[in-house]
Design a protein. Structure first.
Length: 624
């Protein structure tokens, strides 16, 4: 299977990610190449990533997928922001920043996502725009490989590329997408989205009380430590029943976490994305959903910002009937009756009890829909699909850039204007919007002139806004009166150990240490990155398992690490011993305890009686 047109090569001078060098189609001759034209705001582009991953795994020795990032929004043109999206979406193939859309024009692309298949000869095999790509390209790639093998033009063997994630430090929070503060119970719920879990935090002392989800991606009900989520986002809480409702976005499901029994159950969604158009209502787990991104509770009804189908939905919690509430499913910005209006990737939702206010991200608007199913929908502020920017003002003349979060507080709306790195305030009566917090620059500065980096979620309690500062891996707290921002310092972080998502912690075997006494001292010395300290809000620890020795009369014990040097007396029970050390080191920058890093390592130290020292010294450089 092979075309006749030569595929245009990548222009020189573009920036590449997920590879340690620029690539060229000439270099890739002999491989089947699949170009994915995408932009990281686009829900449809997100939807095909699992298909691409399946294709990459199935044809690992013959296929090279390359993401061509042709940005829609201004902020998406920046290579560092694309890098963050690669990490957030766990993309494992090379990506080139087509920020001037040169390749987009060369290939005649008209929509996101568009895939272009290129044969090992460098000829274009074909194009496809839209979702549902796996079966189409599975057949096309198999035929292309068969043709190339018959001609002798196929070169097998995987490329050796360096992923962006290999340079990332392990943080306790990873791309938190949403937050929910509850005044009645003094709790803060954090969607630790890329760790596939939800943290329950006390607002009294900022201590982690519970962790909902094992941290491994998947789709499983059960006890909190066994249940699995996939990129959970928005949440709604019912203090009367102590139930937390969770938009499990990449599982296309609505989950319920019972905080009394500490069990998770699925209320709606099959675990697979709905591809029906128009979307079909149904009951509970029999009904497929499409990327639910946020939820809000009104009485016994859960309202859902269904980003994937460009609609608002409602779920009756008594009957579990799920059905569209607003929007036809067409992606657009059309006001009018709830049945005829059109939305574009709604991603944040709040309420005053009469209306649903939501951030319609792809049209960069804040909109309002009646709760009455016979009501209407109107746009409060913002433009349209290709009308965006950073302009305060009134109504449709104002501009935002891909807002993801919104919360209603005392007659006003506070908006996470995500791609503008700002928090804005909207008066729903006058349709006036103004910048409330943020300079527009990406950063993590606290104080009176704060900076953010793509904040995605926002909530309110006790006179304060709680902000999920997604790309900073932080939760920020803003005082409504003073506008002063602080980074939340989470405590008890040892209860929320982040999973090792990509690789096991490093293991090291040290050379045998000769000791001249049966009672040597183990000395552990940590060397933190420059400008870092042990995090006082988390308990670093050393777990020692000894063979042929004891410590404090035990062969196994766990002790806290309170300083950069820890000493422990040992008692050898023979001439040879093996010390197995498991280190968990929580550290942070000197000036910022809010961003906590975790370093984990296993070290084995053989010990032998003989001429030598009285100290078994282990020096550990703690890496970022």
């Amino acid at each position: 299977m092979e075309g006749t047109l030569n595929a245009p090569d990548f222009p020189e001078g573009l920036q590449w990610l997920n590879t340690d060098r620029p690539l060229s189609l000439r270099e890739l001759r002999g491989k089947v190449v699949l170009l994915d034209f995408w932009t990281y705001c686009c829900i449809n582009c997100m939807h095909i990533l699992p298909d691409l991953k399946k294709l990459e795994r199935k044809y690992a020795d013959a296929l090279v997928v390359i993401g061509v990032h042709s940005a829609k929004f201004f902020t998406e043109q920046q290579t560092e922001n694309i890098r963050q999206a690669i990490l957030r979406y766990d993309i494992e193939h090379p990506v080139v920043n087509d920020h001037q859309m040169i390749m987009w024009q060369q290939y005649g692309v008209r929509a996101w996502p568009t895939l272009v298949l290129i044969a090992p000869s460098g000829k274009i095999v074909g194009y496809h725009a839209g979702e549902g790509v796996y079966e189409i390209f599975d057949r096309a790639i198999a035929e292309t490989i068969k043709t190339a093998e018959a001609k002798g033009t196929l070169t097998r063997g995987a490329l050796n590329l360096r992923m962006e994630r290999e340079r990332e430090a392990r943080t306790v929070l990873r791309f938190p997408g949403k937050v929910l503060a509850d005044e009645r119970t003094n709790r803060l719920f954090i969607a630790d989205s890329n760790h596939h879990r939800v943290l329950v935090v006390s607002l009294k002392d900022n201590r982690v009380e519970m962790v909902i989800g094992s941290g491994a991606p998947g789709f499983a009900d059960g006890a909190f430590d066994q249940a699995r989520f996939n990129n959970p986002q928005g949440m709604a809480y019912d203090p009367d029943t102590d139930a937390l409702y969770i938009a499990d976005t990449d599982n296309h499901a609505i989950r319920k976490a019972n905080l009394r029994t500490r069990m998770v159950e699925t209320l709606a969604g099959t675990g697979e994305q709905s591809r029906a158009y128009p979307p079909r209502p149904g009951k509970g787990r029999e009904t497929a959903l499409n990327s639910p991104w946020d939820v809000v509770l009104v009485g016994d009804t859960l309202y859902i910002a269904m980003a994937g189908s460009h609609q608002l939905w409602r779920l009756n919690l008594k009957t579990l009937q799920a059905e569209p509430h607003a929007g036809t499913g067409r992606e657009a910005c059309l006001d009018g009756s709830l049945r005829s209006c059109a939305l574009a990737q709604p991603s944040g939702i709040t309420t005053d009890g009469k209306k649903l206010y939501f951030a319609d991200s792809e049209v960069s608007c804040i909109r309002a829909a009646d709760i009455d199913p016979n009501g209407t929908l109107e746009t409060l502020v913002g433009g349209d699909l290709f009308e965006f920017g950073d302009i305060d003002g009134f109504g449709r003349m104002a501009r935002l850039q891909h807002p993801l979060g919104v919360v209603y507080v005392d007659g006003m709306l506070y908006v996470a204007d995500t791609y503008n790195n700002k928090i804005k305030r909207v008066d729903p009566r006058t349709h006036k919007i103004e910048t409330f917090l943020g300079t527009g620059a990406a950063g993590a500065r606290d104080g009176d002139a704060p900076t953010f980096d793509e904040p995605g979620g926002i909530s309110y309690a006790h006179g304060k806004l709680y902000i999920a500062d997604t790309n900073n891996h932080l939760i920020r707290v803003a005082d409504l009166k003073t506008k002063r921002v602080e980074t939340l310092k989470l405590r008890g972080l040892e209860a929320a150990k982040p999973p090792a998502l990509y690789a096991e912690p490093p293991r090291q075997m040290l050379e045998t240490v000769a000791v001249n006494t049966p009672t040597p001292t183990l000395t552990l010395q940590l060397r933190l990155p420059q400008g870092h300290k042990l995090n006082p809000n988390a308990r670093s620890q050393l777990r020692l398992t000894a063979e042929g020795a004891t410590a404090k009369d035990k062969a196994e014990l766990t002790l806290p690490i309170a300083s950069l040097e820890t000493t422990l007396p040992l008692q050898l029970t023979g001439d040879r011993a093996t010390l197995n050390l498991h280190l968990l080191v929580y550290h942070c920058r000197d000036e910022s305890e809010g961003l906590c890093y975790l370093y984990e390592q296993y070290i084995t130290v053989p010990v032998q009686r003989g001429e030598g020292t009285d100290t078994v010294r282990v020096v550990v450089p703690v890496a970022l």
